[in-house]
Design a protein around this ligand. Sequence first.
Ligand code: NAD
Length: 395
Amino acid sequence: MKIAVVKETFPGENRVAVVPGAIGPLLKAGHTVCVERAAGLAAGFRDDAYAAAGAELVDRDEAFRSDCLLAVRVGGACGANWATDRQRLSAATTLIGMADPLGSATACAEDARTGATVYALELVPRITRAQSMDVLSSQANIAGYRAVLLGALALRKIVPMMTTAAGTIRPAKVLILGAGVAGLQAIATAKRLGGLVLAYDVRPAVKEQVESLGAKFVELPLETGTSETKGGYAKAMSEEFYQRQRELLGKVIAECDLVVTTALIPGKPAPTLITSEMVAGMQPGSVVVDMAAERGGNCEATTPGDTVDVGGVTILGPTNLPAEVATHTSQLYARNVVTFLQHLLSCGFPDVPADDEICRETLVARGGEVVHPKVRELAGLPPLDPSATDAPAAS
Ligand code: NAD
């Protein structure tokens, strides 16, 4: 099989789907690997490193003529830049990458019409055997680290406690809102920097994880019994809940130097945890890093992709933190995507076994149709007649 790695086109996307060190297993299995020229440059990997690893360097058209295309962003995750590439797709193409299937279902439907097969890596189920394919975790982990560093640099204070002959400096008080993958790494990073770290999550189950990292879990007197899905994600709560949460959080936030927000609800806009009124209650010089900026933000005052000053409070709205640390995020993504492809191959690729949860849940488009029920629903398409396609139905 001919496998291609393409250069990313989304503005500011520095990552590359496969790093030179990840090519070996594919070649060993007898496949040919083509890499679009300069695909890895922004992530710190030169063409000669790919050539030395055994890849063939090609132009973009040639890459799209391969059997299987590996990318960080495909379809809806590429925005307007994908329109030209969509014309390069055909029924002979299999795309594997992040396609933003729940946020850009219409783009998935347009890709499906080309006949291409599309696997969206955001949909890899969070089960133990799929952990090494979980791109959301591998990228969010590093993003959490990066967010704290950006926040620390934006502060007009240092983070650790310092005892000097000229006096003692108190440690900065850091609050992490949302203690999922990104939040837990943000807690660990803020602890390593010497901050006094507090964390809060709507899922009470994370209290123990927060405390095991040495942070204090902020307990709010809120009814959170129904806040977690079976898959371990947060559920959307009622507006009354969010209102009460904001009232209670306001007091905690007002005393913090740095607040890093990471709260997300899969497939929904990010919940508002910090209102403009709450920002007004913060001390001048405080910093908010809103990691949910790409999905609308957890802070009302966030401008996605920009840094704003609101009454002396600096609010950062980074929208692609993993791309800012592209060497390492690409290295981890490459491991995820190659393991995923190896899994498809072990399942008889291009066939898709109906009984394999990983194949079934990630397959978005095949045979000219959007085959994922949730993505179909979001794209406004009627449920698929199972006899109309050879693809298995995702749950
Ligand atoms: P996410 O990115 O969807 O959300 C980030 C965090 O925001 C979550 O912890 C969520 O509870 C929190 N949140 C949502 N609304 C909130 C609110 N109003 N206030 C405060 N916090 C709020 O989640 P994630 O980081 O991808 O992880 C979700 C869960 O999945 C975690 O329990 C994680 O450990 C688990 N997980 C499991 C596996 C696996 O088993 N293979 C892999 C990765 C993650």
